[in-house]
Ligand binder design. Structure first.
Ligand code: AKG
Length: 283
């Protein structure tokens, strides 16, 4: 039996107002409601929130696939990781009973047609193609489950800081709510327009992240979403999610797309863009 993998990062304290926002983004009614104004919003603000992208059947199909991979035999290559807070508590539980301790699944899309239908939904592909200005390539897939009570934060970061992609590559992230996401159970918080400042130094602290003290205390926007809604955002827009201290699940799928044929770079080149070494910055 494969060894269980746990998140190497522990639940930790963070400043009380780190994810505080005074404004909540209102989702548009669906991808059919996406206009040229939303193309502009993506470019200027860095994200667009859309309700009703997926039907109840599509959401449940994707969840069923994720649950099957979490509790059953997994094709090689799928990564399953539990929250670090689960260590010592769950080893004796049955796989089914471990579900509310799962932090993350990765690299599953190619193994399930229900997830593929979500990742390549025609309406979504149309928007992503326009935002990329090219045919999309799905290059990363992940589900962050943020379980009730123990789901830890995803500190502020820019997604591009995790990817070995050339400077200036347009990355489009799509984050899909498989449960209703609220400010209490870990909805996404964005720094609107922050992508225009370019790559920011990241530090290895509670994660690979933007320093807490570099996150402005004002101007953050929370993006609550109904189940089946999606956030479509620029790979450089700073964002994060708080701990899930509620009793409610907040499971989400996340896909990242680049233009087909985009070359890959090295970790060294990524660090030149996003690392803190050699710069006049500290954390
Ligand atoms: O789902 C979450 O809590 C955070 C996802 C996210 O920001 C990421 O993985 O880049």
């Amino acid at each position: 039996m494969a060894e269980m993998q746990f998140d190497s990062i522990e639940l930790a304290e963070y400043p009380a107002d780190l994810y505080a926002s005074t404004v909540a983004a209102t989702p548009i009614a669906g991808l059919d409601a996406w206009t040229g104004g939303h193309d502009e919003q993506f470019r200027e603000v860095g994200f667009v929130s859309v309700a009703g992208v997926y039907s109840e059947g599509e959401v449940q199909g994707a969840l069923d696939a994720l649950i099957a991979f979490a509790v059953g035999p997994r094709p090689e290559g799928i990564e399953l990781q539990f929250e670090s807070a689960a260590k010592g508590h769950i080893e004796s539980l049955s796989p089914e009973d471990r579900l509310d301790y799962v932090r993350k699944l990765m690299w599953f899309t190619k193994h399930d047609p229900r997830v593929q239908a979500v990742a390549y939904q025609p309406g979504l592909m149309e928007v992503v193609t326009r935002m990329l200005g090219a045919e999309p390539e799905l290059f990363q897939d992940m589900a962050l489950m943020k379980p009730p009570g123990i789901g830890r934060e995803k500190p502020w970061h820019q997604d591009h800081a995790y990817f070995n992609l050339p400077a200036g590559t347009q990355v489009v992230g799509v984050w899909i709510a498989l449960d209703e996401a609220t400010a209490d159970n870990g909805a996404m918080v964005f720094l609107p327009g922050g992508h225009k400042d370019g790559p920011q130094p990241h530090f290895q602290r509670r994660d690979w992240q933007i320093c807490d003290t570099h996150v402005p205390s004002v101007g953050k926007v929370v993006a609550p979403l109904p189940r089946g809604g999606a956030l479509i955002f620029d790979g450089l827009v700073p964002h994060g999610t708080p701990n899930n201290t509620s009793g409610l699940r907040r499971r989400a799928l996340q896909f990242h797309y680049v233009a087909k044929g985009t070359p890959r770079t090295t970790t060294e080149e990524r660090m030149e863009l996003f690392g803190s070494e050699g710069r006049d910055v500290s954390c």
